[in-house]
Design a binder for this molecule. Structure first.
Ligand code: ZN
Length: 176
């Protein structure tokens, strides 16, 4: 897959096979969110070619605005290695991270971020903001996008179609 993006920090490249494998694992996490009627976003943290943390969006279930996939995956990864510093780790997430998650990714000191599809409403890695590119933080993250972008978009589309049809049902006046 060729990734062409208008930002210098993004690379024009063909991704290696393992990158698809890890993003597929993130997609599987997103599917769990979909099954639980959450916005389907999934994430995994990878260190030395092994997944050390997984997470999917659980904002509704946990009634917690911070329960985004990336936050849960970062916590799981830190617990797994017993260290909040995730140097040398890569994060794979099915949607461009928001401001909160980008902040957490920077604070965790991860090396690379791979996200599938852009979030044009609240993405903070190129869409609405570009916190990783501004160069104002000490830590730098290399960002790539585009792996399984269509699959991630489809999951999100399916969720919002389902939500729309549900709300239609809710507001349909009862027939006599
Ligand atoms: Zn987020």
């Amino acid at each position: 897959m060729i990734c062409l993006l208008p930002f210098d920090i993004f690379k024009t490249m063909i991704f290696e096979e393992e990158k698809y494998r890890f993003m597929f694992a993130a997609l599987q996490e997103a599917e769990k969110a979909l099954e639980e009627n959450e916005i389907p976003v999934g994430a995994v943290v990878v260190k030395e070619n092994k997944i050390i943390g997984r997470g999917y969006n659980q904002v509704e279930k946990l009634k917690d605005a911070t329960a985004h996939a990336e936050m849960i995956a970062l916590t799981a990864a830190s617990n797994s290695i017993g260290n909040w510093r995730l140097n040398g780790c890569s994060v794979y997430v099915t949607l461009e991270p928001c401001i909160m998650c980008t902040g957490a990714l920077l604070a965790s000191r991860i090396n690379d971020l791979y996200f599938s599809t852009f979030d044009t409403k609240s993405g903070a890695c190129g869409s609405v903001y570009n916190l990783v590119e501004q160069g104002k933080t000490n830590h730098k993250i290399i960002v790539y996008s585009g792996i399984y972008a269509e699959e991630s978009k489809k999951l999100l589309r399916d969720f919002f179609i389902k939500l729309k049809s549900k709300s239609k049902l809710k507001f349909t006046p009862p027939t006599a």
